[in-house]
Design a binder for this molecule. Structure first.
Ligand code: HEC
Length: 680
């Protein structure tokens, strides 16, 4: 097919939804003989910015901005985006992973911590590793049997499994190289987060603060799997020696016998690393049980719950901390996505860290020293009036629900949950999968620590008859310097997918109701939609191979709200899971080529322009009739030179008007010439 013919079809394609020149076979015979050694070292990870075609670590770069400098797919051509390949995951529960792409190979995870490696161009499966997680472990997972992805380093793929293992796989074959158990398996620990590579170590946390555990984060030597350090986030039994000075100081902010009920503060998702400052940032979770009333009855801030910890990656020492929710009692985790960026704030160049944790405030913190810069509510916040200049929230009376059933916003689903946000340094905006869900809390007077099931201390039955109107979601574009909303797109349902933003002035996000959408990054206009048949909660990613930019997203409804949402989740899409990869149609013309085609000289080009000016609205774009109005490709053969006459005089008593006033005889003949080219 010649380029020009392709362009011709292509224009028709735009108007009629037909794709041009997409040779489906081309994708399936893409070469898979390339080496898949995944040669990634610390320098390559730190230099990810210089490698826009890859997605080397969880948030693309160590700063976890989830911004891609690729601009092959842009606001002015994204409407042509189409599916290039789809991998049917064979799963029905939540898919939360961000795939990585290294040297043409995609690595991602499915439910039950299964890892797959695929040819990133064709979707061909290269290998699949199933850690055979005992299904009984699913009961220990608060929020579905999910996994958020792998880490790649020195020829190995690292995955944390739901049953608490950290496994190193050979990148080439998917065979396990080493495996360590990172948790006490007699307790309710699980791993759902993606490991991170920091200074030659694999860092992994865990979850379980709904089930009475004590949180910690561990680092293992990437080569041997030997434990390098472990940092607890909350104090243990004070009759035993404290693990560190930081934990000793933390213990002063607890009361009662918290260690008997766990404490919580699990590091189940977010991390970011600044190799220049030599600091690893981790977010810590809620208290265990949720209610401070049951956990630390005499009050106290309960360090380091709901905090951001800056750790020394060599030994895990706490260098500084910032607590978002002192005395946490609402399940307000600070495990939400952490983004590192440099920006001008008040005429000063600041190295900042940004987070939109569950508690509803958007935080900007100095990442060198933990100094509080600013915090403003990004969703409706009822529990605190504001955060004061010292960085401490000023609580609203009664919101600790001591006096019975109390409505609180946000709720334990958060104003924003684990679904990653993204930061676009060109627009200066952060794109947050935000949600408004009314919370209802009531102290459970019969609370008693149990080995199985939730240990929350508050009563979930108040949600049984929750009206769907009490829960909604929106994509929020937030200016972190001004600390204000710039635009929002309402999405009806909450629990929508993570976001990706690109230099093509785009934000990609999937939704709970089963759409995958591209928005303009500067003003939020919807530019393109694909229907995914299942709700999307994962974050999309993008990569480039041989000049073609791809966008990938895992589609699989589930996660915490997916499981427990009840009536508030009415209307979500629940189809089978899949990994969908999009690209522009092969041979897609550039806007310049389209312009050149439309304005090309010649009789046929003039006839085409006249036809689309006067006739196409009834007879169809490209002379392809899509209704019962006659198809002129056939009529022109039958009528021959009579056609220009019909065009000028019309057909009396029918809906075919005459165009003699608008079209000269020559014009009408030009239309005939054009129609003649469309008969084949
Ligand atoms: C407002 C709608 C409309 C527009 C605009 C229009 N047409 Fe038509 N045309 C019709 C309809 C309806 C018929 C069928 C009339 C019938 O036979 O009932 C028709 C019939 C014809 C026929 C006869 C087809 C046959 O199978 O015999 C020709 C030729 C034709 N149109 C040419 C043109 C051309 C050329 C233009 C543009 C200059 C044009 N029409 C614009 C509605 C339209």
């Amino acid at each position: 097919m010649s380029r020009l013919r392709c362009v011709g079809f292509f224009l028709i394609g735009i108007l009629s939804g037909v794709a041009c020149g997409h040779d489906k076979d081309a994708a399936s015979d893409a070469s898979t003989s390339q080496p898949i050694a995944a040669v990634v070292d610390s320098a390559r990870l730190a230099g990810a910015e210089q490698e826009p075609g890859s997605w080397l670590s969880h948030g693309r770069t160590l700063s976890e901005q989830r911004f891609s400098p690729l601009d092959g797919i842009r606001a002015d051509n994204v409407m042509l985006l189409q599916r290039r390949w789809v991998y049917d995951t064979g799963t029905t529960r939540g898919l939360e992973a961000t795939p990585l792409v290294v040297d043409g190979v995609m690595y991602t995870t499915l439910t039950w911590s299964v890892v797959v490696a695929l040819d990133a161009r064709s979707g061909e499966v290269l290998w699949r590793y199933d850690p055979l997680v005992p299904r009984s472990v699913g009961e220990k997972a608060c929020c579905d049997v999910v996994n958020r992805g792998v880490a790649v380093y020195a020829g190995r793929i690292y995955v944390g499994t739901l049953d608490g293992r950290l496994v190193a796989l050979d990148a080439e074959t998917g065979d396990p190289v080493w495996e360590v158990v990172t948790v006490d398996r007699s307790l309710n620990y699980t791993i759902t987060g993606a490991p991170r590579i920091v200074a030659g170590k694999v860092v992994i946390g865990n979850g379980g603060a709904e089930f009475g555990v004590r949180g910690y984060v561990s680092a293992y030597d990437a080569a041997s799997g030997e434990l390098a350090w472990r940092t607890f986030t909350v104090p243990g039994d004070p009759s035993q020696p404290f693990e560190s000075d930081a934990i000793k100081r933390a213990a002063e902010t607890w009361t009662g016998e918290w260690w008997k009920v766990g404490g919580g503060g699990t590091v189940w998702d977010s991390m970011a690393y600044d190799p220049e400052l030599g600091l690893l940032y981790v977010g810590t979770g809620n208290g265990s049980p949720w209610t401070r009333h049951h956990r630390s009855p005499g009050g106290g801030d309960n360090l380091y719950l709901s905090s951001i910890l800056a750790l020394d990656p060599d030994d895990g020492r706490v260098v500084w901390h910032y607590q978002t929710t002192p005395g946490e009692t609402w399940d307000f985790t600070a495990t939400q996505h952490i983004i590192l960026a440099d920006m001008e704030i008040g005429n000063e160049h600041r190295k900042v860290l940004m987070q939109a944790p569950k508690n509803g405030f958007f935080y900007v913190i100095d990442r060198e020293n933990g100094e509080f810069i600013s915090a403003k509510p990004y969703v409706t916040v009822s529990w605190a009036s504001h955060v004061n200049a010292a960085g401490r929230p000023i609580e609203v009376d009664g919101q600790r629900f001591a006096d019975g059933l109390t409505f609180v916003t946000p709720t334990f689903f958060g104003g924003h949950n684990w679904q990653p946000m993204s930061f676009n340094p060109i627009t200066g905006l952060v794109y947050i999968p935000a949600q408004e869900i009314l919370g209802a809390y009531r102290i459970d007077p019969n609370f008693k620590l149990s080995k199985r099931g939730y240990n929350l201390g508050t009563d979930l039955s108040v949600f049984a008859a929750f009206p769907p109107e009490a829960a909604s979601g929106h994509l929020l574009a937030w200016d972190p310097v001004q600390q204000q909303e710039v635009w929002r797109v309402p999405q009806g349902l909450p629990w929508n997918g993570g976001t990706l933003t690109t230099a093509g002035n785009l934000v990609f996000q999937g939704t709970a109701d089963g759409r995958f959408v591209a928005y303009r990054a500067d003003d939020g206009r919807t530019l393109w939609v694909d229907h995914t048949e299942t709700g999307v909660i994962a974050a999309p990613m993008t990569y480039e191979i041989e000049g073609t930019q791809y966008v990938a997203v895992m589609a699989g409804w589930g996660g915490a709200f997916g499981l427990i949402g009840g009536t508030a989740a009415r209307g979500v899409a629940k189809g089978p899971g899949k990994l969908i990869v999009y690209a522009q149609p092969e041979d897609a013309p550039t806007p310049e080529e389209i312009e050149a085609y439309i304005t090309r000289p010649g009789d046929v080009a003039d006839g085409e322009r006249l036809y689309h000016r006067w006739c196409a609205r009834c007879h169809g774009a490209g002379a392809v009739s899509s209704s019962n109005v006659p198809d002129l490709r056939e009529a022109v053969v039958r009528l021959g030179d009579k056609l220009p006459i019909v065009a000028r005089i019309g057909l009396q008593g029918t809906g075919m008007p005459g165009f003699g006033d608008e079209l000269s005889e020559r014009d009408a003949v030009l239309i005939q010439r054009y129609l003649e080219t469309r008969t084949d």
